[in-house]
Design a protein around this ligand. Structure first.
Ligand SMILES: Cc1cc2nc3c(=O)[nH]c(=O)nc-3n(C[C@H](O)[C@H](O)[C@H](O)COP(=O)(O)OP(=O)(O)OC[C@H]3O[C@@H](n4cnc5c(N)ncnc54)[C@H](O)[C@@H]3O)c2cc1C
Length: 445
């Protein structure tokens, strides 16, 4: 065996040990890694999984042996699956072309192969909603599992939380695991950390959170009680309100505006991939104009304007048994207000609203989205302190057009200033993967 082969064997051995151990609850620390990996993706959500899939399919030399996805959850896509199940949505908001495989028609083909062509046609049996061919959540998740299985991504998953990164030609990562610290090194690192910390309104007191009386639905289970107050007026809040009212709970919704309908949370032009543009010959004006703006402050303003937070599609508000009808029937009560004050009250919570109304409920569920701070704030700040990386005035990185930020790649919210308002969505994962693959191929030349 040559020295290189011996080194490679040692590498596979230590990393496989690490991966195998990651599946068990108690395990001994992994040995330090001998050779750098080719790719490490930090974050095993839809973005991390899609980028890994695109690299494996499209960049020669990338294999499951030299790529790892680090995520502390017991399985890949855990946060996505938990949150979408907990809000009680039946279909995705996005269309069938937004999925985790590479070819745009992959989800439709998967549906036709697994449940027959009839399931793809409009009608009662369809696994796609008639408007925009939005996939049913169970179909979407089955397809995600199929992508993970076909690309053997479970074998690439290392459980742990990346606590420190030192970027360089070879980037070092410190991973905190239940059994101690592991140091990994890689030629390429992608930060796919998700949307960041859930946003808590100022009036929320910590005692109520620790007692489980106030819950952020992106953080803990959204189980309610006989009565719930749901704070927020977007699609997650709407799904939750319908779910709890169907279960027989008394439901209050608190948000300061009327119901606002939008098919997506940004214009579809922001979602068009370069691949789709090349096929159709249509390059969206919005994307072109955004790319031409040099000031990152101006780009941030465009993102603020174009992201349609606090909206829901017509299918949720006016579709069969939609929220509008639940409010009209009195099954859900909408308070057009803010919360002024909360008081813990026996086993429940009393809220005083800006309208003067007072409501008493068993549980308060926050569907207030994510904090405006960038995801992985501590990690990213430490990286900046230890390197010559810089952040824009809004606290976010300004990567280049291949999403390289110094010596690492960024995706999702961290790539927003380059990709635009759809960066956080599944469409954004596809935009990010295209750019990262393009950058990786160029660096090979
Ligand atoms: C209820 C709901 C419904 C949605 N529906 C749609 C939809 O229909 N269409 C659409 O396009 N978008 C939708 N979105 C928006 C978006 O696509 C999802 O939020 C998606 O999960 C984002 O993927 P992600 O990989 O960026 O983040 P996540 O799914 O949050 O995954 C990020 C992962 O990174 C891990 N991580 C973070 N920091 C570290 C670290 N330091 N070390 C290791 N791991 C780390 C986290 O633990 C997490 O597992 C929805 C969002 C929600 C909440």
């Amino acid at each position: 065996m040559t020295a290189a082969a011996l080194r490679a064997a040692a590498l596979v051995c230590t990393l496989q040990t690490c991966v195998a151990l990651s599946a068990r609850a108690a395990c001994s620390p992994c040995a330090p890694q001998a050779e750098p990996l080719k790719w490490i993706i930090v974050g095993g959500g839809p973005h991390g999984v899609h980028i890994a899939t695109a690299l494996l399919q499209q960049v020669p030399g990338v294999t499951t042996d030299n790529l790892r996805i680090v995520d502390d959850n017991p399985e890949l896509l855990h946060a996505w699956k938990t949150r979408t199940r907990d809000v009680g949505m039946s279909h995705l908001r996005s269309s069938a072309s937004n999925h985790l495989d590479v070819r745009e028609d992959a989800l439709k083909k998967y549906a036709a192969e697994t449940c027959g062509k009839d399931c793809c046609r409009p009608g009662k049996k369809s696994v796609f909603a008639a408007d925009y061919m939005r996939p049913r959540l169970d179909l979407f998740n089955d397809h995600c599992d199929d992508v993970v299985k076909r690309h053997k991504l479970r074998e690439s998953h290392i459980r742990g939380m990346v606590s420190d990164i030192v970027p360089g030609a070879i980037t070092s990562l410190r991973v905190r695991r239940t059994d101690g610290l592991v140091d990994l090194r890689a030629e390429n690192v992608v930060l796919a950390l998700g949307g960041g910390a859930p946003a808590y309104p100022e009036w929320v007191c910590q005692t109520a959170v620790s007692r489980g009386l106030i819950r952020h639905v992106f953080e803990t289970s959204s189980e309610g009680g006989d009565s719930v107050a749901i704070i927020g007026g977007g699609i997650s809040a709407a799904h939750l309100a319908l779910r709890h009212s169907r279960a027989g709970a008394k439901v209050h919704m608190v948000f300061r505006h009327d119901m606002r309908e939008q098919s997506f949370d940004c214009h579809q032009d922001w979602m068009m991939t370069r691949d789709a543009s090349a096929r159709t010959g249509f390059i969206p004006e919005r994307q072109l104009a955004f790319a031409g703006v040099e000031s990152f402050d101006e780009r941030r303003d465009i993102i603020r304007r174009e992201r349609l937070a606090g909206t829901m599609p017509a299918s949720v508000s006016r579709g069969r048994n939609g929220l509008r009808y639940a409010i009209e029937k009195g099954a859900v009560r909408h308070h057009k207000a803010d919360v002024e004050q909360m008081v813990l009250d026996g086993d429940g919570v009393s809220l005083t609203l800006t309208t003067g109304a007072e409501i008493h409920v068993d549980r308060v569920l926050l569907a207030t989205g994510f904090s405006k701070k960038p995801p992985g704030a501590g990690l990213v700040e430490r990286m900046v302190r230890k390197s010559d990386l810089e952040l824009c005035s809004c606290g976010y990185p300004a990567p280049d057009k291949y999403l390289r930020w110094g010596d690492v790649y960024v995706a999702g919210a961290l790539a927003e200033l380059e990709l635009g308002p759809s960066a956080r969505n599944i469409a954004g994962a596809r935009l990010a993967a295209e750019r990262i693959v393009e950058g990786a191929l160029l660096r090979r030349v």
